[in-house]
Write a protein that binds this ligand. Structure first.
Ligand SMILES: Cc1cc2nc3c(=O)[nH]c(=O)nc-3n(C[C@H](O)[C@H](O)[C@H](O)COP(=O)(O)OP(=O)(O)OC[C@H]3O[C@@H](n4cnc5c(N)ncnc54)[C@H](O)[C@@H]3O)c2cc1C
Length: 218
């Protein structure tokens, strides 16, 4: 897999060795995450809105109500910045200054396009749904014409993209290694708990197989 070309805007400046532009790293982060933060400006006011997304190859799909300001704004061609963050651990150093976080993150710059073609729109919704829970789309009622009309889908091409990754333990100042302070990493991950069946259920289908061992791809 070839890499993304760093641009003046996506060149990681601080600790550039943590910057990555290869598709394997970028896709890995995007496919593990399912929440992104979408930044755009309206009348000089920046907004950053959390939302879900899906990905296929070099396209990120966003969706929501046709009434959504975010989707209306981006659909009109306003430039967007999307950030995706995974927190892998808390890095505890011997000094306050050197505390850190192990993370994997991606920043995407670009301009989204409205997905108008009905087949692409339906496929984007499948990608979006299965991105969050693989296998869900085939299990559920498909969107009606009316539901599709009420839904905007946007496609953001992955062109100007960077990833940044921090791994490993704390990096302390040499004299601080002698301090009697616990130092190391507290690993963190998304925890799956017992499913809670809907209180309004009219029947009792079994917990789907795809949910039983739910885990985000690593
Ligand atoms: C994990 C997650 C996933 C989501 N997935 C989707 C999705 O796939 N599609 C979708 O359309 N929406 C999603 N949302 C909701 C999304 O964040 C917006 O609330 C929603 O898009 C409404 O947009 P709007 O245009 O009505 O908001 P706006 O009219 O733009 O919002 C007006 C103001 O409301 C406040 N506001 C709006 N949203 C939030 C928020 N989430 N938290 C705090 N304040 C807020 C802000 O002050 C904002 O300026 C998700 C939210 C979360 C947290």
């Amino acid at each position: 897999m070839s890499g993304f070309q760093p641009t003046e805007r996506t060149q990681v400046n601080r600790l550039p060795k943590r910057g990555h532009y290869d598709r394997e790293t970028v896709y890995g982060i995007l496919d593990t995450a399912f929440v992104c933060h979408v930044g755009f400006s309206v009348d000089g006011q920046p907004y950053v809105i959390p939302t879900n997304f899906g990905r296929r190859e070099d396209t990120l799909y966003l969706h929501g109500s046709t009434a959504s300001r975010m989707l209306k704004t981006l659909g009109a061609g306003v430039p967007v910045c999307v950030a995706v963050t995974l927190v892998d651990g808390l890095v505890l150093a011997r000094s306050a200054f050197h505390h850190s976080v192990n993370y994997r993150s991606v920043v995407i710059l670009g301009t989204a396009r409205l997905v108008l073609d009905p087949a692409e729109k339906m496929e984007a919704l499948r990608i979006f749904t299965d991105h969050i829970m693989k296998g869900r789309w085939d299990d559920v009622r498909q969107p009606t014409e009316q539901e599709l009309k009420a839904t905007t889908v946007l496609a953001l091409p992955l062109e100007e993209v960077s990833a940044k990754v921090r791994t490993g333990g704390p990096v302390d100042d040499e004299p601080d290694y002698a301090l009697p302070v616990w130092a190391g990493v507290l690993p963190l991950e998304v925890a799956v708990k017992e499913p809670i069946p809907d209180a309004q259920r009219r029947n009792d289908p079994p917990v789907p197989e795809y949910m039983k061992n739910y885990a985000r791809p690593k």
